[in-house]
Design a protein around this ligand. Sequence first.
Ligand code: CTP
Length: 399
Amino acid sequence: MIGLSKKIIIGITGSIAAFKTIQFISDLTKEDYEIEVILTEAGSRFVTPVSIQALTKKRVYIDVFDDDPGTITHVDLVKDADAFLVMPASATTIAKLAHGIADNMLTAAYLAATCPKVIAPAMNVHMFENPVTQRNLKQLVDDGALIVDPDVGLLACGDVGKGKLAKASDVKMILEYAMSEHPLKGYKVVVSAGPTQEAIDPVRFISNHSSGKMGYAIAKAAFTLGADVTLVSGQVALSPLPFIKNVSITSAQDLYEAMIEEAQDADFIIMSAAVADYTPATTATEKIKKNDSDLTLSLKKTKDILYELGQKKPKGQIICGFAMETTDLISNATKKLTKKNADLIIANSLRTAGAGFKTDTNIVTIIDQDGIRPLEIMSKDELGFVILAECLKKREAQS
Ligand code: CTP
């Protein structure tokens, strides 16, 4: 599993974006990663070892000759590393790394490292687009490094174009992918997430409290584990995930159509969306004006998407549903397993503290044909990996 006690080497080079890496390091240390930082001489002009040391509680390395007696730091430091990240990576450092030039602590340690490598370039658009830089990046990719493409935007030099350091969340996703095994490689995972909205008129809708956090965590975990991921999401406050296919939907009918389409060649389907069971029988084309009487809405049933997917399920496809209940959790969830022809149901109770819609944690019980397995409280991120591991076990048991 991703997370605790992984050792990451972070190299910082001379780029104005270097200050963003300080925040990134701060965030990683809160997750208990062990971080070792190397600065190039130019990098040390932009950020100081003092601020980094305060976060990592470790010495920051700059000078390749500054070894303690009996140590060869650029070799020793990287021996047990789980990943080597260069963030931001300047054009000069990229060129050196591509050609095995080991003339400073960062480039020497990179050459000595055998762990997965991730490079997050940041520079002026013309420097980035220069065929020399592109050739060097291609060389690094051919040598096995993962590149986190820079964003397009207003650059420090005033130019607009590609060269802005990628968002920290994008770098983190690639870093986690680099450190993980990829048991889902070659599989397509389709995840639905968030609420549906059923329009009453152009201004109002019926919906629920789903935040989408659980589904997004599963989609992120599936990417980390190497899957080809499609996330079909209702309207949520979360940003679309990078490196995967994001499909945005609004109503239960939209979700139904998207899921039927995406399910055709899916190996795994995880229905974590909170789907409206009823939708207004008619949607008013103009805003409904109030008058002196009460208003009664007539509702019609929506399609049960999980049920429909269960009926169409091709051989080998694994379908995982959710059940959020307020009473009789296990018996209600078990009925859904059979009725909807799902392989797994992840059941949780809205009445349990630490579980539910808006929380970052969840407390679930996994229900399948083999029985009922209650799990301890865990973060939704962690649970994403657990659910996918269960799905993979089912798939392997079938083949
Ligand atoms: N689901 C679905 N289509 C619907 C309703 C629910 O695909 N129209 C899926 C959900 O995404 C979830 C599972 O079915 O994976 C169970 O959803 P839940 O709302 O707990 O159950 P319902 O089937 O709607 O039954 P009830 O509301 O009576 O509990």
